[in-house]
Design a binder for this molecule. Structure first.
Ligand code: UDP
Ligand code: MG
Length: 327
């Protein structure tokens, strides 16, 4: 069974040497025990890093054929970088596991994942058993995020980041999903097949800084909701009906007042309604705009990533095109 580990790396010079060392030990152990084939590989996807990441990956590849590198033409973000890696290995591997370059995901969970794969699972989600090591803020925002996703009807596995095993046929199925607004965590459950869960404890980043500041996190969350669910649009429609209902009631009320001769200068009411309705309209336009923006991006059929080079074994003939656009 040929295993590929896929790790997106963006400015990870501080962690890469240590990550490579630990992964090499793990992969060697797995090969020796006969769990995986000799030609299993670790693929680092360099997501347009501006530090020494690129050079480090090249050096690792030179030193040991275990390590392969994939250079994107520029920074495209975590999800796109990961997808580029997955799509590159999909025809080369029997099974692949994606994880972060900072090894916050416990690499010893790999054994459990492979076991589930051998038992017939096509997708195995790595799920964090607790969040003790996270800051209060991260814990809180993450909780809210998964709760919101759930209430919006988007199917995600709670506390599962992108630490995940996928079989070759699951990858093949994923390649037929052509969306530009990528949210892999929500997409993979839609692929279907038999899936299992493996629990692990998530560690701390051992060096370097998080590449997900608050702004990026918020963006990621909105992306997740709007690319998977149309519920916000429906909520607006419902809100519209509710307001219509209230408006009818107000009309009846004011007509009655008018005919009984009790009209008073209704300045307050008018001003308040203008503001309230104005606000609602603005929110609605914003939400609708969000979706129109998405449609706009999807209709462009832009490639989600562009690969500059692939550092690999001679025998590996990967298809480097973005399957969504085929160019
Ligand atoms: N990453 C990437 N491109 C980006 C941002 C992040 O490929 O534009 C990678 C990063 O190198 C890491 C993974 O995404 O392997 C997760 O990032 P990080 O560990 O900083 O996120 P956190 O664990 O803090 O949520
Ligand atoms: Mg991390």
């Amino acid at each position: 069974m040929r295993l590929f580990l896929v790790l997106p790396c963006y400015n990870e010079q501080e962690v890469l040497p240590e990550t490579a060392k630990r992964l090499k030990e793990k992969m060697n152990a797995l090969t020796q025990s006969g769990t995986i084939a000799e030609n299993s590989r670790v693929l680092f996807v360099n997501d347009g890093s501006s530090d020494k990441t690129r050079e480090l990956i090249s050096a690792l590849h030179e030193e040991d054929a275990l390590f392969q590198g994939l250079n994107l033409s520029r920074n495209r973000g975590h999800q796109n970088a990961l997808l580029a890696g997955l799509m590159t290995v999909r025809s080369l591997c029997d099974v692949c596991i994606s994880m972060d370059a900072d090894l916050q995901d416990d690499i010893n969970a790999i054994d459990g994942m492979l076991e589930q794969f051998r038992a017939g699972a096509d997708i195995v989600y790595g799920v964090r058993s607790d969040r003790k090591k996270d800051s209060f803020f991260k814990r809180f925002t993450a909780r809210r995020f998964y709760k919101t996703m759930q209430s919006m009807g988007a199917e995600t596995v709670a506390d599962h980041a992108d630490f995940r095993l996928m079989s070759a046929r699951a990858l093949e199925a994923l390649s037929t999903f052509g969306e530009v607004n990528l949210f892999l965590r929500g997409l993979v459950p839609l692929v279907g097949f038999r899936s299992e869960v493996v629990y692990y404890e998530r560690g701390e980043r051992f060096a370097g800084e998080s590449k997900y500041p608050l702004g990026k996190m918020l963006h990621f969350a909105t992306e997740g909701i709007t690319s998977l669910s149309v519920r916000p649009i429906r909520t607006i429609t419902k809100l519209g009906f509710l307001i219509l209902f209230v408006a009818v009631a107000v009309a009846v009320y004011s007509l009655v007042r008018y005919f009984t001769g009790q009209t008073v200068p209704g300045w307050t009411t008018i001003v308040l309604s203008i503001w309230a309705i104005g606000g609602l309209i603005m929110i609605s336009l914003g939400v609708i705009g969000e979706y129109i923006g998405k449609i706009y991006l999807e209709t462009k059929h832009r490639p989600r990533y562009v690969i500059e080079s692939y550092l690999k074994d001679e025998a590996d003939e990967a298809d480097l095109r973005d399957p969504a656009v085929g160019q």
